[in-house]
Ligand binder design. Structure first.
Ligand code: ADP
Ligand code: MG
Length: 627
């Protein structure tokens, strides 16, 4: 037996370890299981290169709770350690690793969430245990060793009579941490961190039921028996080759990953790269539901099949964070802050690679099965549009498959297709190519109807960030103007062949304008007289594209924040050829007021702008009219 002192430079790191990362104490289990896994895969490697001449068998890792003794055991059948190796790896190397880690991070209290992603290795056991024992038997022909350390820098190391190869770590769980002696707690942690561990993990027993034979008595009870409870799937889908997987396998894995998620994913992307960095994974496009709860199911980051975090900020581009699935990479530095991560070259490459893979997948879906792609468009458009706005490279690719549904023929066009289709039909007086769109079929119904009657195409663009995207699309071609159908009267938006002759003289118009202005709120509405078809409405409320778009953009962010609260500004387009307008001109002052108010209210009603007291008054007045 030998006794010793673990280190010299730091007085006592154990109290520090205990206090450290109090919210992340649970990671000790992941650390110890990772060590057990490493020990097993190392043995496999040694056997494969003929370094170790032992039988590999079917090694498992066992986790056991002994409630009476208040101990938690992690037992592996890996390569084990000789007494000499315990001295070296546990007393010196592991200790100095932990010490270095603590030195680096002890003042960094704000970043604890980040540090938790990275372990301080074997010594994290002291976050939850008063005393830790290691009983280990090397694959080499040497006696087993028994190391005991009670949380002070002193330790003892003696021989042990353990005969089978491998290592058992025994944690004497401290009173404050006794939740780690609960089966439910350990089970939860194993599921969280290790459900895709490379080596099978056994935890307790479970009951299996034998199927009843076909000729069984009707009140025969099925036979049950106990089997080892293996908590993990050692070969999750992302570790396999895409060629070896069926579409159904990807769906099954999705359900395995998110058991509470009942909606099927729309499609998946299998990531697999080994140069210039190592990364595997499967990403899924989910059906975005209104239910924000599903946002809890995030992309999970793994390192060699061990769960690290579901905060993939900086690693996965922002616009893809609504995706689901798994990324596994040993090359992502986890022991650094997020801001560092964003500047890290390797991480930038990873983010770029993911963006490219997603764009390529979408592009091939579009090319190979456009019909299916169109059907899914509504569910994926927000992600794609957001991506087009935030990543230039993605924009260049997505431009070719982003879709714009037309209201009139119910077809989906790409941007170029739509430009081609409307190139002769839709220009304004200056020869700009006008693309009419609506954001809401119902709210803008009468405007859409007007455009339809003139034979113009109208797109339905209803994403929340669409104004930003239109702004960007316009910069790709200076002749293009996206214009919402209610931005002006349709005849003002698109050039007319034959101009309508005005029924009113200039004098009459000059007289009319102040009459109307005096009867509506001038701060919000600008009166605009136009000679139009006599069957066009007498009053139409419009909102100039530029003003409205700026307002929308400042509401949805993206560099327009400085604009503050833009006022609501509308135009009232008055059709001077309508018979009502002639009536107004001829009427007495009282009657004029009545007619203008009623007509103006109707126009506002059709733009959903009549509310509250004004709406109540309007309804009352309308009843009076028909009574
Ligand atoms: P790391 O795993 O990063 O090397 P740890 O502090 O977790 O650091 O472990 C230190 C070392 O102790 C390991 O590198 C390994 O050599 C040894 N070790 C820890 N646990 C085991 C185990 N279960 N079986 C064999 N060796 C182990
Ligand atoms: Mg380790």
């Amino acid at each position: 037996m030998s006794k010793g002192n673990i280190n010299v430079s730091v007085e006592n790191i154990f109290p520090l370890i205990k206090k450290f990362l109090y919210s992340d104490h649970e990671i000790f289990l992941r650390e110890l299981i990772s060590n057990a896994t490493d020990a097993t895969t190392k043995l496999k490697h040694l056997i494969s290169i003929n370094e170790a001449k032992v039988e590999y068998g079917n090694p498992q890792i066992e986790v056991k709770i002994d409630k009476k003794k208040k101990t938690l055991h992690i037992i592996d059948q890996g390569l084990g350690m000789t007494a000499e190796e315990v001295e070296k790896y546990i007393n010196q190397i592991a200790f100095s690793g932990a010490e270095e880690f603590l030195e680096k991070y002890k003042d960094d209290k704000n970043e604890t969430g980040v540090i938790g992603h990275f372990g301080l290795g074997f010594y994290s056991a002291f976050m939850v245990a008063d005393k830790v024992e290691i009983i280990t038997k090397s694959y080499k022909d040497e006696p087993a060793a028994h190391w005991i350390c009670d949380g002070s820098p002193e330790y003892t190391l003696k021989e042990h009579d353990k005969k089978d190869r491998g290592t058992e770590i025994i944690l004497h769980i401290s009173d404050e941490e006794k939740s780690f002696l609960e089966e439910s707690k350990i089970s939860e942690l194993l599921t969280k961190y290790n459900r895709f561990n490379q080596i099978p993990i056994k935890f307790g027993k479970k009951t299996e039921t034998l199927p009843l034979p076909e000729d069984a008595d009707k009140d025969a009870k099925p036979e049950t028996y106990q089997v080892d409870n293996i908590i993990n799937n050692t070969e999750p889908a992302w570790t396999k080759k895409p060629a070896d997987l069926e579409p159904e396998d990807y769906k099954t894995f999705y359900r395995e990953l998110y058991p509470m998620q009942f909606e099927e994913p729309l499609f998946h992307i299998h990531l697999n790269v080994d140069y210039p960095f190592n990364l595997t994974g499967i990403l899924y496009f989910p059906k975005l539901s209104q239910n924000l709860d599903i946002q809890k199911d995030k992309i999970q980051l793994y390192q060699n099949q061990v769960f690290v975090t579901d905060n993939v900020e900086g690693i996965v581009p922002d616009f893809l964070q609504m995706l689901k699935g798994v990324i596994d990479s040993p090359d992502i530095p986890l022991n650094v802050s997020r801001s560092y991560l964003q500047a890290d070259g390797a991480v930038k490459k990873i983010s770029g690679y993911i963006t490219k893979k997603v764009a390529d997948k979408l592009s091939s879906l579009f090319k190979n099965n456009r019909e299916d792609f169109e059907q899914k468009w509504n569910d994926i458009k927000v992600i794609i549009e957001y991506g087009m706005l935030s990543e230039e490279k993605f924009f260049d690719k997505a431009k070719k498959f982003a879709l714009y549904p037309s209201i009139l023929d119910d077809k989906h066009y790409t941007f170029d297709e739509f430009l081609e289709k409307t190139k002769d039909a839709q220009t304004d007086k200056d020869g700009n190519h006008i693309i009419l769109y609506a954001s809401n079929k119902d709210a803008q119904h009468s405007y859409i109807q007007d455009a339809k009657e003139k034979g113009y195409e109208v797109l339905l663009l209803d994403s929340p960030i669409i104004s930003h995207l239109l702004q960007k699309l316009e910069t790709t071609n200076e002749k293009i103007r996206f214009t919402r159908v209610d931005a002006d009267h349709i005849d003002n938006l698109i050039k007319k062949e034959d101009t309508v002759i005005s029924k009113l003289s200039d004098e009459e118009k000059e007289k009319l304008k102040p009459i109307i202005e005096n009867n509506i709120s001038k701060e919000k509405y600008t009166v605009q007289l136009e000679a139009m078809d006599s069957n066009s409405s007498p009053f139409i409320i419009t909102q100039p594209e530029f003003m409205r778009r700026m307002k929308e953009m400042s509401a949805t962010g993206g560099g327009m924040m400085g604009m503050g609260n833009l006022p609501e500004m509308y135009n009232v387009v008055v059709n001077t050829n309508h018979s009502l307008i002639s009536n107004i001109l001829e009427a007495k002052e009282d009657k004029q007021k009545e007619l203008i108010t009623q007509a103006f209210d109707l126009a506002r009603l059709s733009q959903n702008l009549l509310k509250g007291e004004e709406l109540t008054n309007f309804i009352k007045r309308s009843y009076d009219l028909i009574k």
